[in-house]
Design a protein around this ligand. Sequence first.
Ligand SMILES: [Fe+2]
Length: 185
Amino acid sequence: MGQAEWARGLAERLLAEPLSRRWAHTQGVAARAESLAPILGDEADTLTAAAYLHDIGYSPELVDTGFHPLDGARYLRDVAGADDRLCRLVAHHSCAVNEATERDLYDALTKEFAPERRELADALTYCDMTTGPDGRHLDVHERLAEIHSRYGPDHLVSRSITTSTPCILAAVDAIETKLRELSAR
Ligand SMILES: [Fe+2]
């Protein structure tokens, strides 16, 4: 079985029942990942697996620090025995390093998990940040506005998203440029 199929089963078990909307979002992110196969080739399976796993840190079964990229990555490393690349993609998805700084978890995150190769990390950020909370496709600016309105102006997540916005926009732009180049060929 491919990594994506394994990841889908694990994420469904952790998210579908306690957090059905998060599971809908996760499935939408995974569908975006599958759609990037033309630019990722063999790595599309790894990206799709990471897409299924990126938000498992929200599962009540494994919340520890409350910072979902770190909780998810630690669970993948310590409990699920996942491939190192999946752990690192989940740990750093959608420019998580900025929220880690807000939460005083920068050292923990960066010492335990090195960032994955830029193109793959950008691809996961692109998939997450162009998918709404119910799994539907959103423009990145709609997605950023949706996060701000969901959490409100004073929330740590909103502050982190503001800090992360240049990083998120650069990732989305990099992947959209690759998709445009491919379709122009
Ligand atoms: Fe997400």
